[in-house]
Ligand binder design. Sequence first.
Ligand code: NAG
Ligand code: NAG
Ligand code: NAG
Ligand code: NAG
Ligand code: NAG
Length: 796
Amino acid sequence: MCASMMVAERKRTVYLSVMLLYLVLLDMPHTAHSIYPRIRLSHKELWQLNRTWVFQGHGASLQPQTMLLDESHERLYVGAKNTLFSLSLDRVNAHHREIQWASTESQVEECMMKGREKPECANYIKVLQQHNQTHLLVCGTGAFNPVCALVGVGHTGQDRLFTLEEESVMSGRGRCPYDPNSSCTSTLSRGELYIGLYTDYWENDGALCRLNNQTYTRTERNDRQQLNEPKFVGSAVIPDNDDRDDDKVYFFFTEREMDAEGMNKAVYARVGRVCANDQGGQRMLVNRWSSFLKTRLICSVAGPNGIDTHFDDLEDVFVLNSKDEKNPEVFGLFSTTSAVFKGYAVCVYHMDDIRAAFNGPFAYRERPEHHWTPHEDRVPYPRPGSCASKVNSGGFSSSKEFPDEVLRFVRSHPVMYRSVLPQHHRPVLLQTEPGRRKLTQIAVDRVQAQDGHYHVLYIGTDDSVVLKVITIYNKDTDTMEEVLLEELQVFKLPAPIRELIISPKRQQLYVGSEVGVAQVKLHQCDLYGSECADCCLARDPYCAWDGLTCSRYYPAGVYTKSRRFRRQDVRHGNAVQLCNGLQIDDEQWQRAEERLVYSVESNSTLLECVPRSLQAKVLWFVQKGGEKHEVRGDERVIMTSHGLLFLRVRSSDAGAYVCQTVEHGYVHTLLRIRLHVLKGERVESAMHAANDGEGEKATAPCHSSTGPLPGPSISPRSLVPSSVSGSHSRLWYKEFLQLIGYGDAQRVEEYCERVWCSDKKRKKTKRKYVPLGGEKRGKGRGEENSHRAPRHTLDT
Ligand SMILES: *[C@@H]1O[C@H](CO)[C@@H](O)[C@H](O)[C@H]1NC(C)=O
Ligand SMILES: *[C@@H]1O[C@H](CO)[C@@H](O)[C@H](O)[C@H]1NC(C)=O
Ligand SMILES: *[C@@H]1O[C@H](CO)[C@@H](O)[C@H](O)[C@H]1NC(C)=O
Ligand SMILES: *[C@@H]1O[C@H](CO)[C@@H](O)[C@H](O)[C@H]1NC(C)=O
Ligand SMILES: *[C@@H]1O[C@H](CO)[C@@H](O)[C@H](O)[C@H]1NC(C)=O
């Protein structure tokens, strides 16, 4: 057993206890959801399915800070520590190019003289923008001395060029933070860089800025009413109407609310905005925004006691553009600010609601210890916060022409009275169970299905996992339903996901974490199963049953010429209705696989049956002497997620068992198992028979003698080769026996060895040499790895 397995094992124990906790705490009535994904794929399985490629740089930790998708050059740029990478969008781990851009030795020395640690004194590339068709703007922390430069990438189709233009290197002050850990967000529009960052070495001056080579416009310095300890999360330029002069730049951030003594208190999520064409004022607010306003973003759930739970810490924002560029949808991933209870929520905001808040009353309070009230007096003209435009706002051609009164007002009233409420006034997704993984990033794809549009949410976690989720709003009951489609462990080692970028064109997801950059196909429909019901129950809007397989769904008119009727029901997953014509219960019964399992009296035995879907409910039936009844389980016969576990088999347990799943009312017969119970004295001979038959396929589970059999997931079309699944089961089984107090570790071990017919002797010696804890690559993995093709090696 190798170290990573030990880790996995430990994790699973933790998982089990968390599960128990969850069952106790399951009391969120607002959202119907399953904590089980329909499909869960490990990193290894993703590899074996050709679903992913991973770029790892030069082995040392990559530490990507920012990524930029460039479809026209078919490249993904990755700003990392001392290096800028250009990766192929087809395969991130093939034909990469890189620019080494480290700080000079004297810069590093100087940085360390200022009292910084060596790892901080490197050039972390944190700003990466498309300057124009042929050049990128790249900025790094430069060992606490920010630098920027232009990188030539050539014209479209000319993808060989990738050079840093030495003569373009310039100071990055005001364009890039000093500290690699500092939050920062930037967006580039019409040649101008908009950026939210801390502009100084000591991180005192958080600012929202715009730079071009003539002017620098920003929020006021040291004005806590404008920004108070901001954390910058996202930004986007969004037009208001067809008049480009009305374009607004939106910034998403969190900050602290001030109280009477100027002491910091609650953290709030904010949306702030400025006019893209804001030139500042002429006499006052020179080089300062004359249009900066902000308001609160609310993401909360009503509690049973009338007290709302607020999610105020903004972790990430995704602006989902649509054909109507004026009305993208804004997805916010929030967490609670409480140190005790860490919950997460995703809320969706419409631009109409955001604009309505900015068009509503300004907030006013006499003194910091007073409550905010709506400002009810006269508001000067043009309305503070509006953009100078020949068409609107009375024909001012520049903000420099605005009356002083307007500038004074906007300076003293930056906060709007109304907050922005999310769509349906509630989160579309909630994770409130204590102890579960942290959510770090969000990206969203809009997918056309047969019954409408769906938003597929990709959510990155702190342990290398990407969750693929759809959320469905039910108008009649005013509830949200979450459907967790897939849980993908993108990286082998657990690390927080730092970046998620979708290429809808390529149907790929690009994922960045300190251990690498991965690409993952957005969908792999055939994994859901080979039958209509499997496909339909999956409710994946990318997939539909085409009469033969579960395959990619294309809306009518795209590829439909040769396509027959496609079956898909994302909203309800009603397989009974959609697939009934194809499924007759009797036929299903006959078609279900039948297996033989021999067990020894008084021993424990697992009748393994693992549904493909983790969301399915499993039912067991037993047929003894013509009578058929459901197995309910008791303290001796336990229904587990891997099958039916007999702690001590009796001869009266012998019989024909049927494993069925029910999902959305759809009943599916997975497996029939005929259990034979042997008397004690026959054991030894049975064991011998098993060991003799083993030979070269040392780790394959026995298919004919003492042990339980691999479940139906291990069929020729299965997700993973049986040896992988076998070892998984073994681990799980062992752990389970231990968990339920089958205390004798030695005996459990022995039992598992027998059950899986593995080579006891080799296992034991192997275990001796494998260190606990630290990961040892290529050591002690033996057969688990032998089926991995050489081209799967991680290193490039
Ligand atoms: C993955 O790709 C390789 C080579 O293209 C192929 O041999 C293998 O069968 C593929 N695996 C799966 C599960 O499709
Ligand atoms: C992009 O910008 C660079 C630097 O300002 C300039 O040299 C180059 O000609 C520009 N390219 C295009 C296509 O405008
Ligand atoms: C950045 O954060 C990491 C982990 O939280 C920490 O180890 C490191 O010291 C921090 N670096 C700086 C410059 O604050
Ligand atoms: C930047 O400055 C250069 C030279 O001063 C000028 O040619 C160029 O047009 C300016 N670019 C922008 C975007 O203003
Ligand atoms: C199974 O039964 C045999 C014979 O009764 C016994 O020797 C053996 O220890 C049992 N194994 C377990 C794991 O209970």
